[in-house]
Design a protein around this ligand. Sequence first.
Ligand SMILES: [Zn+2]
Length: 249
Amino acid sequence: MGERNFADSLRGRRIEAVSRRGKYLWMPLDDGRALVAHLGMSGQLLLPPREQTAETHLRVQLALAGADRDLRFVDQRTFGGLFVDELVDDGRGGRIPASVVHIARDPLDPDFDDRAFSRALRARDSGIKRALLDQTLVSGIGNIYADEALWRARLHYDRSARTLNARQVAELLGHVRDVMVEALAEGGTSFDDLYVDVNGSSGYFDRSLRAYGREGEPCERCGRPIVREPFMNRSSYRCPTCQRRPRSG
Ligand SMILES: [Zn+2]
């Protein structure tokens, strides 16, 4: 969709709600379609007062009628995007953008199905962390929160998902939820000024991290230094004692 079409499809429309799943956030419009944002690695949706100076990496600016605010999409790295999409049936009586259908619910979603997740996870051949990062299985868990939840659960990231029993998955899911709730309460995790809320304020959950980013620092449980290992073009942090490498697969 070109710039002109994009603008035309939004002009005069009413935003009826705000929903999200994983890194997708969408606003159903009064014409049966939705304005969809994918935040990518660094995208931000901001609601600044209209007179506020344009942000350096401002990509889209929408004037909200009846409010003295703009809806602005700012993205330093342009991996994210903003587009208009058709809404389709979500299979549970609701509507969801066609582009978001393949994204699983996150563990804080009231409709998240713990038993279905447990079954699907334990059917996976992959390592536990790779599964947690798979957005078609579960969304909302990024590299940092996966490392933190696995540290709390004392699980190695390469432990095969198939070797976990239902109780271990339930425990892990509990830790995932705790990490997410605590991170939300502290406004998210900010390693640089890209990670901010709609008012441009950064979070401070990074101060509460027990594993991620703590290479060489003592594990809070056992004192062994946390190690960092390459993982899927990123890094995994773990305690070599509390989170032992599995003997095989
Ligand atoms: Zn430890």
